[in-house]
Design a protein around this ligand. Structure first.
Ligand code: 5GP
Ligand code: ZN
Length: 106
């Protein structure tokens, strides 16, 4: 998606402070942190929101959840963090590319 901020972060045309990357997922520090640890975990597939997950793209979502424990551990949290998704503008979603917030005050 040419106008998607997170697609641009994925393709490198917008810089980010990355903490993890593989072929399916990228994770980077939120530009406006709401907690001591605030990392966004983003599938490398443009899925508009959690409401758009289906059998054709769920491998990316599965992988997100497989890598979250390691990303959290590297950030210094293991059993004291939130994984948050806002689905839809009315629920606070501002970037229309599926992402999961890892939040912790440790
Ligand atoms: P949402 O409100 O959609 O659940 O979360 C979007 C998040 O993306 C917000 O916490 C916001 O601070 C973050 N964000 C928006 N634009 C950028 C950006 O260009 N870089 C980074 N690192 N985070 C961003
Ligand atoms: Zn996108």
């Amino acid at each position: 998606m040419s106008d998607c901020i997170f697609c641009k972060i994925i393709d490198g045309s917008i810089p980010s402070n990355k903490v993890y990357e593989d072929d399916k997922v990228v994770a980077f520090h939120d530009i406006n942190p709401l907690a001591k640890v605030h990392i966004l975990v983003v599938p490398k597939c443009h899925i508009e929101s959690a409401d758009h997950i289906d059998a054709g793209n769920s491998d990316f979502v599965k992988h997100v959840f497989e890598v979250i424990p390691g990303i959290a551990k590297d950030a210094g949290v293991t059993d004291n963090y939130q994984v948050v998704n806002n689905c839809g503008e009315k629920a606070g979603q501002t970037v229309k590319h599926l992402h999961f917030h890892i939040l912790s005050n440790k």
